[in-house]
Design a protein around this ligand. Sequence first.
Ligand SMILES: NC(=O)c1ccc[n+]([C@@H]2O[C@H](COP(=O)([O-])OP(=O)(O)OC[C@H]3O[C@@H](n4cnc5c(N)ncnc54)[C@H](OP(=O)(O)O)[C@@H]3O)[C@@H](O)[C@H]2O)c1
Length: 240
Amino acid sequence: MYALVTGGSRGIGRAAAIKLAQMGYKVIINYVSNDAKAEETLSAIRANGGEGELLKFDVSDQAASQQALEQWQADHKGEYIAVLVNNAGIRRDNLLLWMEPQDWYKVIGTALNAFYNVTQPLIQPMCRKKFGRIINVASVSGLIGLPGQTNYSAAKGGIIAATKALSKEVAPKNVTVNAIAPGFIKTDMVEGLDEEELKKTIPAKRFGEAEEVAELIGFLASEKSAYITGETIAITGGLN
Ligand SMILES: NC(=O)c1ccc[n+]([C@@H]2O[C@H](COP(=O)([O-])OP(=O)(O)OC[C@H]3O[C@@H](n4cnc5c(N)ncnc54)[C@H](OP(=O)(O)O)[C@@H]3O)[C@@H](O)[C@H]2O)c1
């Protein structure tokens, strides 16, 4: 069975791709620009005896997403993507007072519009095959709202709401839809943040590892999580 991880070349997406491959899924690694990192992820999967492939497209671009997914389907007749991890995301932090329009639209586009662009074409095959797992990577920012992140909080909050709504549409077809809300996780995305200061605000007194988030994604992608749907699970070391 195939699993697609958007933003699978680096960070949380990479760890999730490696975990899903260990579970036996054939992993499709989506990314937008960093070919070298995507190749590294694919090599790591193959080195562990897993199977994977690359699928480069911009998830914020509806036409590009549709075209890439249609081409994948044409190249894989009779197959379908059973697991979707909507993970690609960016942040462009600023106080709303100074936020440029492109920083609003780009962040919403890469998280929230991408949820539509990638999920919509994959829903019907999941329902027809009567098995699907959709895991949306939101953020604690979408749960509590963080200053300097109105764009990001809005995108992630939207994803949490979309998760709840879609889960109710597809539950009868054995397709589950859940979100996860990570706190601070050590990836490229948090580079430049003051880790020493921020750690003091986290009850666990440390940033999380991408591999810890991947364990949660792996569970939600498994058959064992069948009765969990529409949920948002925080993974924050107690930050809330
Ligand atoms: N790290 C944290 O503390 C944290 C906390 C809460 C939530 N999250 C969420 O977790 C997810 C992963 O974050 P991360 O920390 O692992 O980020 P990261 O290390 O910066 O990796 C981002 C990934 O997304 C891909 N990507 C970015 N824009 C894309 C686009 N338009 N189309 C396709 N792929 C795109 C990147 O591809 P390229 O390699 O080609 O650039 C890369 O694979 C994001 O949704 C983020 O909001 C992260």
